[in-house]
Design a protein around this ligand. Structure first.
Ligand code: PMP
Ligand code: GLU
Length: 400
């Protein structure tokens, strides 16, 4: 009889990955599923990045590398932070991990002691609370509200900070609601943070390039001189360059934390895959990188506007207009209490299950993001799929 570790009982499986896996399995079985589940660009990785990977393999870049990564990649990331984000990180302030997710996990492991509190702003990305629990931390949720576009106020933040608070996680633009703070709104949060010099901010900036309606992106650590030493800035190639499967993420921050992450990684995965590292440099430094990001961003903006309009047109559905990332997060709770076949819809989980079962549309229930009244639809899919899926959703709601 095998007894698993207690920590496994603490955490749930990633619902975002589970929904994508289920939709893909149904597609494989011949069912015409419209997948709004995966938070993953439908574009292929740009050819010039793939060519750089082929070259890396041909050149024999197949051996162990230093734990943080090859010096060329560290230098390219430091330059990106300096040039694009106005963050004066040096190569020693940088490390990489197997995607943004792994960087965040290692960072929680590096700074949290048992009982330390971590402030999450709801709705939040599903993996934050689970990673915090695995690292022994305690989640403190600050509730966002739809009528404020899900953005919290400086007062809400000030009220949530206790002597036990160790980390504040910020994610703007955000997964799952697509909301993004303006520079002035972020500055108002920064003014609260600087009153607490021992608070560490994890600024998850992986959707920085995907902003809409002319919204200006700013890196949190630039908002006050003190914040540079208080903040870890997370990013990755996954969404920016349509490289989700490559598993390339990176983090910039104070050297002692970066060194701690490297110590951990040296006993864990050693380093990220060797032949992804020079392609990751090319993505950041070749002018075609910027061109492909601009093209994808423009396309996502069109799709996002269209999906939001179609959702807003549905009876009894309300939805904040996304300002970034590639998600809409409508409130569908007006339909709770209705029945499909023998199943009663009581929350976002049963709503999503019934929608998938009866109309073959995959969406992510908001429960694991702190909202059991909302579902997440990704618009990182074609216009045609968006229309097909929204037609089906409209029909599903009509029949409820
Ligand atoms: N942060 C947020 C907010 C995300 O949505 C995701 C998932 N894409 C990640 C981090 C992790 O990204 P990656 O795929 O590089 O691990
Ligand atoms: N982050 C993406 C999403 O939210 C990919 C899946 C995951 O890692 O959670 O859908």
């Amino acid at each position: 009889m095998i007894h698993l570790a207690n920590r496994i009982q603490l955490v749930s499986e990633s619902i975002t990955l589970a929904v994508s896996a289920k939709a893909n399995a149904m597609k494989k079985a011949g069912i015409d599923v419209v997948g709004f589940g995966a938070g993953e660009p439908d574009f292929d990785t740009p050819a010039f990045i793939k060519d750089a990977a082929k070259l890396a393999l041909d050149k024999g870049q197949t051996k162990y590398t230093p734990t943080p990564c090859l010096p060329d990649l560290k230098a390219a990331i430091a330059k990106k932070f300096n040039d694009e984000n106005n963050l004066p990180y040096k190569p020693e302030n940088i490390t990489t991990g197997a995607g943004g997710k792994h960087c965040l996990y290692m960072a929680f492991m590096a700074v949290l002691n048992p009982g330390d509190e971590v402030i999450l702003l709801s709705p939040y990305w599903v993996s934050y609370p689970e990673q915090v629990k695995l690292a022994g931390g305690v989640n403190k949720i600050v509730q966002g509200e739809q009528r404020n576009g899900f953005k919290i106020t400086p007062q809400q933040l000030a009220d949530a900070i206790t002597p036990k608070t160790k980390v504040l996680v910020l994610n703007s633009p955000s997964n799952p609601a697509g909301h993004a703070y303006t520079p002035a709104e972020l500055k108002a949060l920064a003014d609260v943070v600087v009153k607490h010099p021992n608070l560490i901010v994890f600024s998850d900036e992986i959707y920085e390039k995907l902003v809409y309606d002319g919204l200006q992106f700013v890196s949190f650590a630039t908002l006050h001189p003190q914040l540079f030493d208080q903040t870890l800035t997370f990013n990755c190639h996954s969404k920016t360059f349509a490289m989700t499967g490559w598993r390339v993420g990176y983090v910039g921050g104070p050297k002692p934390v970066i060194d701690a992450i490297n110590k951990l990684q040296s006993q864990m995965t050693s380093h990220i895959t060797s032949f992804t590292q020079m392609p990751a440099v090319v993505a950041l430094t070749d002018p075609r990188g910027k061109e492909s990001v601009d093209a994808m961003r423009a396309e996502f903006e069109k799709r996002g506007r269209h999906m939001h309009q179609r959702l807003a047109d549905l009876p009894n559905v309300t939805c904040v207009k996304p300002q970034g990332a590639f998600y809409c997060f409508p409130n569908v709770s007006a339909y709770f209490g209705r029945t499909v076949g023998t199943t009663q819809i009581t929350d976002a989980v049963s709503f999503s299950a019934a929608l998938l079962e009866s109309h073959h549309v995959a969406v992510v229930p908001g429960n694991d993001s702190g909202f059991d009244t909302h579902v997440r639809l990704s618009f990182a899919t074609s216009m045609q799929q968006i229309d097909k899926g929204l037609d089906r959703l409209a029909d599903f709601l009509k029949k409820l």
